[in-house]
Design a protein around this ligand. Structure first.
Ligand code: GRF
Length: 195
């Protein structure tokens, strides 16, 4: 049984879907939900689902990313995770941190990578006049939003879409894609699978 830790920064809607899916014949179980924000609403959702939680406030380490990560690693390593899922985690991790989890850390990004790495993905897709958008689950490497793609989900961009309406449409598909890709990843399947 693979042990899965999930990092969040906010509402944790993706984390909830991952936790809810890790039951019965699923090859993994959640062992920790951790956040860089003690006020992240997802922490209460994780606790309500019976998952241990931890929070390390990144604002307590201004300009010192390495010390923040050292503090975050304490509860993280205590949980002995086999897999680390970033789910709405909004901090950039140092290569040193990523190296510790190389090959067993995945992330969901709200664009059809390699298009639109970074932030404001929906506004950029709309501004570009794209007719399609979506989400990508990929392995995390030290090159931001650029690791091997494990799966994508596509949605139409509709006339009159705002970043908010497009984000809501993409988020629904994230909630389908991420649990499916984690199931496969935990079972050792890494070839790309789109939905
Ligand atoms: C989602 O759009 C996800 O793609 C991005 O963060 C947003 C919120 O995620 N990484 P969640 O509701 O906190 O899971």
């Amino acid at each position: 049984m693979k042990r899965v830790a999930i990092l969040i920064s906010g509402g944790g809607s993706n984390m909830v879907r991952l936790v809810e899916d890790m039951q019965d014949d699923h090859p993994a179980r959640p062992v920790l939900v951790a956040s860089n924000d003690p006020a992240a609403a997802g922490l209460a959702k994780a606790a309500a689902l019976g998952v241990p939680t931890a929070a390390v406030d990144h604002r307590a380490y201004p300009g010192d990313r390495a010390t923040f990560e050292a503090a975050l690693l304490e509860p993280l390593l205590d949980a002995r995770p086999d897999i680390l899922c970033l789910a709405g985690f909004m901090r950039i991790l140092t290569p040193a941190f990523i190296d510790r989890f190389e090959g067993r850390m995945i992330n969901i990004h709200p664009s059809l990578l390699p298009k639109y790495p970074g932030l404001h993905t929906h506004a950029r897709a709309i501004a570009a006049g794209d007719t399609e958008a979506g989400a990508t689950v990929h392995e995390v490497t030290s090159d931001l939003d650029s690791g091997p793609i494990l799966g994508q989900a596509r949605v139409p961009v509709q006339p009159g879409d705002t970043p908010e309406t497009l984000a809501a449409r993409v988020l629904e598909r994230e909630h389908q894609l991420y649990p499916l890709i984690l199931r496969r990843f935990a079972a050792g399947q890494r070839e790309r699978f789109d939905i």
